[in-house]
Ligand binder design. Sequence first.
Ligand SMILES: Cc1cc2nc3c(=O)[nH]c(=O)nc-3n(C[C@H](O)[C@H](O)[C@H](O)COP(=O)(O)OP(=O)(O)OC[C@H]3O[C@@H](n4cnc5c(N)ncnc54)[C@H](O)[C@@H]3O)c2cc1C
Length: 448
Amino acid sequence: MSNTTSTLLIAGAGASGMLAAISARRAARELSVVDERLRIVLLERNPKPGNKIAISGGGHCNLTHDADVKSLLEKGFLKKSEQRFLRHAIHTFSNADLLVLFGRYGLKTEVRADGRVFPVSGRAGEVLDLLRRMVEESTVTLVTGARVERVECGSSGFILHAGERRFEADAVILATGGASWGSAGTTGDGNRLAASVGHSIAPVLPALAPNYFTVPPKPELVGVTLRNILLVASADGASDSRRGDVLISHRGISGPACLSLSRSVAGFLASGKKVTISADLFPGHDEGKLSAFILEEAARHGTRQVRTFLQRCPLAPERLDAPSDSSAAETIPNAFADEIMRQAGINREVTMSSLTKAQRLGLVSALKRLTLGAVRKVPLDRAEVSAGGVSLGEIDPKTMQSKIHPKLYCCGELLDYAGEVGGFNLQAAFSTGWVAGSHAARMLFENC
Ligand SMILES: Cc1cc2nc3c(=O)[nH]c(=O)nc-3n(C[C@H](O)[C@H](O)[C@H](O)COP(=O)(O)OP(=O)(O)OC[C@H]3O[C@@H](n4cnc5c(N)ncnc54)[C@H](O)[C@@H]3O)c2cc1C
């Protein structure tokens, strides 16, 4: 083995960049390469590494998801092309591998009922601290306040420019994250850098974001949650939907179903479509069944006002044969009763027995397609992740190596994928970073 020395530069000290540094050192040590022969330099534009880890999961850090790899991919990444791309990386460095590695540094984790995994301490800072320790033990030079602005690619290596500073490297890993939540340091720099060396960039779209409406929700609805409903985005003939909780906010909607649907909504808006959001309060029951249910209720409680019926009406029930005054787990929130009546064209005094057929059908229609608002914006600066980025077809999924420049690697959210809420995004960043780092070190030293 020769005694050549190589430099690996990693741009971005987030989840993927730190794991890339750690795995590169580990791979080099496995090849018996002494630390002096592989200089690993981690360039970070912020004063500190790991800003996004610190704010993840509301400061609690939902670091991964508890499932076998196949289910993790299916649950976490709704696009088959993204599942295919990530499969190898997540198998190579799985959620179990992550917990074993972090466990060695003393991290104790707990699995919530929905599969999300958090540190027992509930502190994202604990995860960040242990990553910093691991980076330190990996003999990595961390340079903060270094925003990479330009990459020069030559036949023998790279030069990265950060302000007045120049960093030369034999191999480069771009781990600069996505383009959302820019206040954390992620403003899509990696897309510009990758594009400048010939990579195609899929258009950036916000994902896991709230929706802002053209007309803000009525004050009495703000703060109300519609549980387990079907949220539907309709856009000039196209549509998409998600089942889950939706929170009415001052500007529009938020909550899990909204976050999950936001990538589609943003896509519709980007293609010039007008998007209307509605809620199906009885998913799983067609209009005929709902109409029959209302008739039965009218026969049972004819003198009851429609408004009272709505206030006692089950929300998104499994079965429709339960009487409306049963103690259903969830009922339509009181605040929504007037809105449903307004959209159904029924005034407050109408009783169940006096409902005309047209009014009943209007009520059914409002319950199945309750308009929540027209979307004005899906804000990128409030999106937990961004979709789009470096085209997956130009990156080898087994190594994260660029198919354009063999000594260039891309990993993490910079790549054109976006996961659901639940720990999937951090896991994908950790896994792709791990694969990029270990392959880069092997590529530099395996044949020496
Ligand atoms: C509010 C919020 C909460 C979240 N909660 C969760 C959660 O609980 N679970 C989960 O799985 N995911 C969560 N995510 C998503 C998750 O944080 C990201 O998907 C993940 O951090 C991506 O990792 P990454 O390494 O690709 O990018 P990042 O972690 O964003 O790291 C990229 C790093 O590169 C640096 N950088 C950028 N440009 C340059 C440049 N030009 N030069 C040098 N450095 C640069 C950035 O400052 C940053 O430190 C959350 C995101 C947000 C915004």
